[in-house]
Design a protein around this ligand. Structure first.
Ligand code: F6P
Length: 511
């Protein structure tokens, strides 16, 4: 049943209208167990949800909403390999990429075998490149899901990266990016990974062609050794002249593909065992999502909180605050995960929805954000829930830094909630501003895997309640099509039939 037609939705609306006077400070004063009741441990991740605008009744109603919209059945359908990506008639099985070998029977045994039959040579290749002292630079050419995941993860796990190897990520069709990377490289010591699920993406193909031309122009000859493709479209890669290819399957969405061959740069960076640990961390979160009761299921609690905020509290954005500089690409990664998955205006059957879906995600590493936009979080007119992500143990031994960093994260969460009275003047902080605190003990391949799988599943939960298909992305197609038309017009100068603004801009840029 569509979420807004359920009894729980109506009850949540009533609850929200009574909730208008909710105040976190009062809630803590009245309930000594609040912090405990609104905390949740999951594999490798601890979450303190207690500084959010929820109480026990809110959570109970949200769980009723999950039951009435069939969340558990939808989740189980994904884990059975049903074609829940209905608009593309595909299964959604990125989780299978982290499933231990031989652990499934029935229809899923064969795809799981394929996964491991692909993973093993991929990891062997990663080890081979790691051992190859001549290759010092690995350049990943890909965009969107073929860039953001590996780039975020290689940076996040920089302390595990093999010394002597440098990893570069080129995504943009803007030639400044590729040119800047190529400037420091030599063909004989460079390995290009052309990462594209479809092997048709304009940016990636343009960059790959230029990289190949550069390689040859610089005297490179052994294309087979220096170019590898990561794709579901093995035939197109071969057509491009790349013979070493690691494949994956159409049931892996681009933004969910970090666990597949698209993760090869990460495997090269942290090694085969590191990559297996990364998969194992994610698998532990998969099991938690599959088996924990709704009331104690962290992805479920987070995803339902997202629905509550978006549809009942009307908080339309969520800020991400990773208090760890190695997680500084996480906001960009999460933007694609959430907004490409749940930025939909129709239900699974194509009917327009009367309620909001994906929030806007944005953010920056702490403490940097504090000196930029936190002003607005504390005193602006909008309420923006902030998601802190902190790591208990640092990977460096510099004195004082980490305790300062963590103190700032805690203090910001505290300041947002407590506020400060100043009779309504410029120094007045209203407080009662919500935040979530996610905590990892250490930033390792295992904990990062769990954190990312947690985020994938929380997006699944809200998308499922909203009744949308979180696994297609038709909204990116129109711009791609028009770019082809505009490109042809930029070359020819033909502005016939264009609106006046587009025609004038085009002419201005041509002269
Ligand atoms: O344009 C959006 C998109 O299709 C994303 O969904 C995807 O991650 C990205 O482009 C790259 O696609 P590909 O891996 O096929 O090059």
């Amino acid at each position: 049943m569509r979420c807004d037609q359920t009894e729980a939705w109506q009850a949540l609306q009533t609850h929200a209208s009574h909730f208008a006077g909710f105040d976190l400070r009062t809630a803590f004063a009245q309930d000594a167990r609040r912090a405990q009741a609104l905390s949740q441990s999951a594999p490798h991740v601890f979450a303190d949800l207690s500084k959010n605008h929820v109480d026990a009744a809110t959570e109970a109603l949200l769980q009723a909403l999950a039951r009435q919209t069939g969340l558990a059945a939808h989740r189980d359908a994904m884990f059975r390999g049903e074609h829940i990506n209905n608009t593309e008639d595909r299964a959604v099985m990125h989780w299978l990429l982290r499933q231990p070998e031989g652990s499934l029977s029935g229809d899923l045994a064969a795809p799981l075998k394929q996964v491991h039959d692909t993973l093993k040579p991929m990891l062997a290749y990663a080890e081979q490149v790691r051992a190859d002292a001549q290759i010092t630079d690995v350049v990943n050419i890909g965009i969107g899901g073929s860039d953001l995941g590996p780039q975020m993860a290689v940076l996040a796990l920089q302390d595990f990266v093999l010394p002597g190897k440098r990893f570069h990520f080129v995504s943009n069709v803007d030639g400044h990016e590729l040119a800047a990377v190529l400037k420091g490289l030599k063909p004989q010591s460079t390995l290009f990974l052309v990462a594209s699920k479809t092997f048709t993406t304009l940016e990636t193909m343009t960059n790959a062609r230029s990289a190949l031309a550069w390689f040859k122009a610089q005297g490179g000859t052994d294309v087979a050794r220096h170019f590898t493709a990561l794709t579901t479209n093995v035939a197109a890669a071969a057509g491009f002249g790349i013979t070493t290819t690691f494949g994956f399957w159409d049931w892996v969405g681009g933004r969910y593909s970090l666990w597949s061959a698209i993760g090869l740069p990460l495997a090269m960076a942290i090694g085969a065992q590191g990559f297996r640990d990364f998969l194992a961390g994610a698998h532990a979160m998969d099991r938690h999502f599959q088996t924990a009761d709704l009331a104690e299921n962290l992805p479920v609690r987070l995803g339902l909180l997202d629905v509550w905020y978006r549809n009942f509290m009307h908080y339309n954005s969520r800020s991400i605050g990773p208090y760890h500089s190695a997680l500084r690409r996480l906001p960009a990664y999460l933007q694609q995960l959430e907004m490409e998955s749940n930025g939909k205006r129709v239900d699974r059957n194509g009917n327009a929805l009367p309620y909001g879906t994906s929030p806007v995600l944005w953010g920056e590493q702490g403490t940097n954000g504090q000196h930029a936009y936190f002003q607005m979080l504390h005193q602006g007119t909008d309420t923006v829930p902030l998601e802190f992500i902190a790591v208990k143990k640092p990977a460096h031994s510099l004195k004082d830094h980490h305790v300062q960093l963590l103190s700032n994260a805690i203090a910001q969460a505290q300041a947002l909630m407590l506020g400060q009275s100043d009779a309504g003047g410029h120094r007045h902080f209203p407080g009662n501003r919500p935040s979530t605190f996610l905590l990892l003990d250490e930033l390792t391949p295992t904990s990062l895997g769990a954190l990312i799988a947690l985020q994938e599943h929380r997006v699944f939960v809200s998308g499922s309640v909203w009744g949308i298909n979180s696994f297609d992305q038709w909204g990116v197609e129109l711009g791609k099509m028009l770019a082809r038309d505009v490109h042809a017009r930029m070359v020819s100068g033909d502005v016939a039939g264009l609106d006046a603004s587009t025609a004038a801009l085009l002419q201005r840029l041509r002269t």
